[in-house]
Design a protein. Structure first.
Length: 426
C-alpha cells in the first residue's frame, strides 16, 4: 500500500465522508468543480451536515503536498500526481426517468486528462450493470490516450452512504469492492479494507458489483411500494395501517417497512437504472416498474386525502391555508434531491390552496433554485386550516401542532410518528 495518493472526484454527500475517512491514513485531494463548495470546505464547514466541523477540520490541510490528510481543490493540477481516482458524482434521472450519465462522462474526462500508467480509477456512483466498462472506460481511454487493463485499471465499489445517519457512517458499513482484473480487485479491496472497519466483500467482477448496488435500493423500493398499497387498502377499510404493521411485525421474519413518500437520490432513482438496462435486453420489468409507479403516486394520494378530510370538515378549499412540515427527502437531513414532498405541495396548489413550507433543515436558497418554492426557517405564528407532516424532523415532534390550527382544522401525519389524535395518516 505504499505510494498511494487518492483523489476523490465529487465532494457531496458521498465523496466528502469518504475523503475524510481515507485522509485519516493517506494523502487525499478532494476535487469538485463547485468553487463555492471548495471555499466552504477550506473554512472547515460542511453544509450537507454529514461531517461535523471538528471532524472535517481534523484532517484538512492547506496544501496538496502532504503525507496524510485532506486538501480540497477545483484545480486539475492538484490531482495530477494521484494514483487512485475515486469518482463519487451523482447519477440522476431526467423528467422521463431515463438515466443521466452526463456527470459520469464529465468526471471521466477530467480524470482522463491526468491519468497515468499504473493508475486505477474506481467508480462509486450508482449505475446499471455495464456503465463502468461500456460507458466510462472509453471516455478515460480517449481523454488519456492510454489502454484499459494495460496502462490503467478500474474498479467499482458502490456507495452506501445514508444521508443524515450518524450511526451508520461510511466506515461502519460493509463495502462491496471489485476490480477490472483479479489482481486489481485484490488491490481495490485492500485499499478499502484499510479504512472500513465493518469489512469488505470482493465481488467477482465490476458488473456484479454494479448489479448488487442497483438491486439494494430496488428491493427497498418494492417493499415500501407494497406497504404503500396496503395503506391505501386499509384506509378504505377504516383500519390503521400502522396498527396492522405492528401486529404483523411480531412474527420473527416479517420485514418492518413503513408507508411513506419515497424520494432521494437512491431509492427513488436506482430502480429506473435497472429497468432501463433490462429493457435494452428486451425484458420489461413488471415488478420493479410497478413499485415505482406506486411510490411515485403517493404525493398526489396524500394531497387528495387531505383535501377529502377538509371537505368533510366543511373547510373551504380554495384560499385555505395549509402548513407543510418538511421538504427534505428524509428526516434530520438537509438533502432536498428528488424529494417527494414537492409532489404533495404541487398537488395541493392545484386546488387553489395557500401553502406554507416550514423546514429548519432545508436550504431556502436551494429549494427556490430547484423547485421555485419558498421555505420559511422560523416556526410560523399564524394558524392554519391544515397541517401536513411530510418529514419526521426531530423539531416537529416538539411543536404543539394543535395550537397552530384554526377551529376545525386538521393534522395529517404522513410519517406516522405523531400520537393517534391526528385526523389522518398513511
Amino acid at each position: 500500500m505504499n505510494n498511494i495518493k487518492i483523489a476523490i472526484i465529487g465532494l457531496g454527500y458521498v465523496g466528502l465522508p469518504l475523503a475524510r475517512l481515507f485522509a485519516t491514513k493517506y494523502p487525499v485531494v478532494g476535487f469538485d468543480i463547485n468553487i463555492n463548495r471548495i471555499n466552504e470546505l477550506h473554512k472547515g464547514h460542511d453544509s450537507t451536515l454529514e461531517l461535523e466541523d471538528d471532524v472535517l477540520q481534523s484532517v484538512l490541510k492547506d496544501s496538496p503536498k502532504m503525507d496524510i490528510g485532506l486538501y480540497c481543490s477545483n484545480q486539475l493540477a492538484d490531482i495530477a500526481d494521484c494514483t487512485y481516482y475515486i469518482v463519487t458524482v451523482p447519477t440522476p434521472v431526467d423528467s422521463t426517468n431515463r438515466p443521466i450519465l452526463t456527470p459520469l462522462y464529465k468526471a471521466s474526462e477530467t480524470v482522463g486528462q491526468v491519468l497515468k500508467k499504473g493508475d486505477t480509477v474506481i467508480y462509486e456512483s450508482t449505475v446499471y450493470p455495464g456503465v463502468t466498462e461500456d460507458e466510462c472506460i472509453p471516455v478515460l481511454e480517449k481523454a488519456s490516450g492510454l489502454s484499459y487493463n494495460t496502462d490503467f485499471f478500474a474498479g467499482y465499489s458502490p456507495e452506501r452512504i445514508n444521508p443524515g445517519d450518524k450511526e451508520h457512517t461510511v466506515e461502519k458499513i460493509l463495502k462491496v469492492t471489485s476490480g477490472s482484473t483479479p489482481e486489481v480487485g485484490e488491490k481495490v479491496d485492500a485499499l478499502y479494507a484499510s479504512v472500513i472497519t465493518a469489512g469488505t466483500h470482493l465481488a467477482p467482477n465490476i458488473r456484479v458489483a454494479e448489479a448488487a448496488k442497483v438491486i439494494e435500493n430496488s428491493q427497498r423500493d418494492i417493499n415500501i411500494a407494497f406497504v404503500n398499497e396496503l395503506a391505501k387498502i386499509f384506509n378504505l377499510m377504516g383500519i390503521d395501517t400502522h396498527d396492522v404493521l405492528e401486529a404483523a411485525g411480531t412474527k420473527w421474519n416479517f420485514l418492518p417497512f413503513k408507508p411513506g413518500l419515497v424520494g432521494g437520490h437512491c431509492i427513488g432513482v436506482d430502480p429506473y437504472y435497472l429497468a432501463q438496462k433490462a429493457q435494452e435486453y428486451g425484458y420489461h420489468p413488471e415488478i420493479i416498474l410497478a413499485g415505482r409507479r406506486m411510490n411515485d403516486t403517493m404525493g398526489k394520494y396524500v394531497s387528495s386525502e387531505v383535501i377529502k378530510i377538509m371537505v368533510q370538515r366543511d373547510i373551504k378549499i380554495k384560499g385555505s391555508s395549509i402548513l407543510v412540515l418538511g421538504i427534505t427527502f428524509k428526516e434530520n437531513c438537509p438533502d432536498v434531491r428528488n424529494t417527494k414532498a414537492v409532489d404533495v405541495i404541487n398537488n395541493l396548489k392545484t386546488y387553489g390552496t395557500n401553502v406554507t413550507i416550514y423546514d429548519p433543515w432545508a436550504s431556502a436558497k436551494q429549494v427556490e433554485h430547484e423547485y421555485n418554492m419558498k421555505v420559511i426557517k422560523d416556526v410560523p405564528t399564524e394558524k392554519f386550516d391544515a397541517i401536513i407532516l411530510t418529514v419526521a424532523h426531530n423539531e416537529f415532534l416538539e411543536m404543539e401542532l394543535k395550537k397552530m390550527l384554526k377551529p376545525n382544522g386538521i393534522i395529517y401525519d404522513v410519517k406516522g410518528i405523531l400520537k393517534k389524535d391526528v385526523d389522518g395518516r398513511l
